[in-house]
Design a protein around this ligand. Structure first.
Ligand code: PRX
Length: 639
């Protein structure tokens, strides 16, 4: 099939009645609907069947028999008309350094070089490659270079510790790590290579490390294992044929927290992922040719995979990669970068909005934000106050805010307004996108129909980008997502549906907490705290936090009553930071002599959550506890 680009493909919903028509068609005939969308891409071979699925097994396959390479869709097909258009704008950590503009032609050449560099270092289709890098253009080249040759990338957020890296590398049996000497975030420097070295002591599958020079530090380089990016890239060609991938071949693995201590390697495949993420990007943001789009997430999370790299590039957009943090060198950094690059679409997280909202408004007012057309929010429920601040001060009341609800597992937006199409309601993700069939379930596992309801959010029909499995553990995939409500995908979220059918996500109903938009498993934090030699047992819950959305509250039992509580608290925080990473450090640590357990030994987290929330007036029935008196002690010591 040809590599001819199509103009403005898929921007076909321009009114609410269009949305309703598309939505209805997508439900009545999903196969025909998605086939039409998929026809907008470059396939090396057309599929023979659109969909096969069974949520009981569970098994989902889209565009069966189709062959493609996502990088041809992200890059090559744009070259005839857009070789000199900017694909990526890189905004460095320090605003005094020069921003870089990378054209589609340069992107092509750099990606091909990385692909050839990987091949020269022994990587073949199907091999797993771990990417642990700063937010630099080479991170995009690394991801796309893997996809070019069919290697499966597993990006690990560069804020994770050596221990987290070990778990992720070993779980997926990576052969190679791409990293950098270091990274700079604000005024902090992190020596990434030293963390990798620490991790690799426990990762026997790694044969090679490719190290990018970012901070010009000279790290330890292990003879025979570690090579420099700049040395390797010198010797390779800027052309590399794109491997023909089956629709259902693995594109990447991305780890997300689970309700046991072990992170889950979510598996996404080539065809459905490409079609769905690009369709939702075009539809929700109503992306227009030539616009500058900026998503502030880190590429280490799904938001960065789908909506910094793959979907914007597939759509031929200009996408910003930002290396820094919102508060460096001051709280006006986002707004200055919007002015500098004349950003039209700005997509960030409620936690960032809430922290910037606290700074004087002069930080916003000194920048010209008139280029902005559309704003977005992701990662956690956006509270009404933050929504209004964002709308008034950043959007100047003229930019729709798309509150996009989705997950690592869904890979793309699921419930979200469509910009300029869906009437907005603050703090509501509003309506399902075409192809998405939500169902709200009650505690007895029955679907609750109609409006003005609430319950647990499930999805009853597959969409093209649904995760196919948990790497190496299909049983866990089934147990986690398809067993609570048999025949349906369970999201783990609670939600309300209002009188107009609008959805409002109310938060997790399982043992996952969302801290600054990051999905953290309480079990993983508990087991990290338990690693401290003074700690006997721990229970972790979330509590409302005015900037992070949720904070981490740990109830800790020690072997001996601690003498210096604050010193021990600091040590525990450091332990967690070392084992998982700084994002998982508990905000509050309360030392207790026991936990509220049932006679069967289950911790009643409901009680701990209430204490953490500071609401101890009604703790519900505590008579089934093994030792009800412990509750009084915990209440009295609440922080
Ligand atoms: O609880 C929901 C919350 O984030 C969870 C998914 O986290 P993760 O897999 O890390 O992906 C984050 C980026 C998509 C969801 O189960 N969440 C995400 N977006 C929203 C949200 N909660 C409310 N509103 C949202 N817009």
């Amino acid at each position: 099939m040809s590599l001819k680009p199509r103009q403005a493909f898929m921007n076909t919903i321009s009114s609410f009645s269009d949305y309703q028509q598309h939505y209805n068609r997508s439900i009545e005939n999903p196969e025909a609907f998605w086939e039409d969308v998929a026809n907008n891409f470059v396939w090396k071979k057309k599929w023979s069947k659109v969909l096969e699925w069974d949520f009981h097994k569970p098994e989902v396959k889209w565009f069966i028999g189709g062959k493609l390479n996502i990088t041809e869709n992200c890059i090559d097909r744009h070259l005839p008309k857009k070789a000199n258009h900017t694909a990526i704008i890189w905004e460095p950590n320090d605003p005094k350094d020069e921003a870089k503009k990378i054209t589609y032609q340069t992107l092509h050449d750099e990606v091909c070089k990385v692909a050839n560099m990987l091949k020269a270092n022994g990587i073949r289709k199907g091999d797993r490659v771990c990417i642990y890098m700063p937010m630099v253009p080479e991170l995009a080249y690394a991801i796309l270079g893997c996809a070019r040759i069919g290697a499966v990338h597993s990006v690990v957020f560069a804020g994770f510790s050596a221990g987290s890296l070990v778990d992720r590398i070993n779980d997926s049996g990576c052969k190679l790590v791409i990293t950098a000497d270091g990274t700079v975030r604000g005024d902090k420097k992190i020596e990434l290579k030293a963390i990798v070295d620490e991790a690799l002591k426990k990762c026997p599958s790694i044969e090679r490390t490719i190290v990018l020079s970012r901070t010009s530090k000279l790290p330890f380089m292990k003879e025979g294992r570690d090579v420099w990016w700049h040395d390797e890239i010198k010797n390779v060609d800027a052309h590399c044929p794109a491997e023909a991938m089956d629709s259902e071949d693995l594109l990447f693995i991305l780890y997300t927290s689970g309700s046991t201590g072990k992170p889950k390697g979510m598996v996404h495949t080539c065809g459905g992922y490409m079609v769905y993420t690009t369709y939702t990007f075009q539809t929700v943001f109503q992306y227009q040719e030539g616009q500058v789009y900026w998503c502030t997430a880190d590429v280490g999370w799904i938001t960065g995979h789908s909506y910094i790299i793959y979907a914007p590039l597939c759509a031929g957009a200009t996408t910003v990669i930002f290396e820094g943090i919102p508060s460096y060198p001051d709280m006006g950094r986002f707004w200055q970068a919007i002015e500098r690059h004349k950003v039209n679409i700005f997509y960030t997280a409620p936690t960032a909005i809430r922290s910037l909202e606290k700074a004087p408004l002069s930080f916003v007012e000194r920048s010209d934000l008139s280029s902005l057309k559309i704003l977005g929010s992701v990662g956690e429920p956006i509270n009404e106050e933050a929504w209004h601040w964002y709308n008034k001060n950043i959007g100047k009341g003229k930019c729709p805010i798309v509150d996009t609800w989705w997950q690592t597992e869904t890979a793309g937006f699921m419930i979200s307004p469509i910009a300029h199409v869906t009437p907005l309601k603050p703090a509501h993700a509003t309506l399902p996108l075409p192809g998405v069939q939500p169902a709200i379930m009650d505690e007895n596992g029955k679907e609750v129909e109609g409006n003005n309801t609430e319950g647990r959010l499930t999805i009853k029909f597959p969409w093209p980008a649904i995760a196919r499995t948990i790497y190496g553990d299909h049983q866990r995939f089934r147990d986690t997502y398809f067993s609570t409500f048999p025949g349906k995908y369970f999201t783990g979220d609670g939600c309300k549906r209002d009188e107009n059918g609008y959805y409002r996500i109310t938060g997790r109903v399982d043992d996952i907490i969302i801290v600054s938009g990051h999905n953290l498993g309480t079990a993983e934090i508990e087991s990290a705290i338990d690693e401290h030699s003074a700690v006997c047992e721990t229970a972790v819950v979330g509590f409302p936090h005015d900037i992070k959305g949720q904070g981490i509250y740990a109830f800790v039992i020690c072997y001996n009553k601690p003498n210096e509580e604050d010193k021990l608290r600091n040590e525990i925080r450091e332990t967690v930071s070392k084992i998982i990473g700084p994002i998982s450090k508990p905000d509050k640590i309360q030392f207790v002599s026991g936990l509220p357990k049932t006679r069967s030994g289950k911790i009643m987290r409901r009680i701990l959550r209430k204490v953490a929330e500071g609401d101890t007036s009604n703790l519900g029935d505590t008579t089934t506890l093994l030792d009800p008196s412990i509750v009084d002690e915990i209440k009295a010591g609440a922080l």
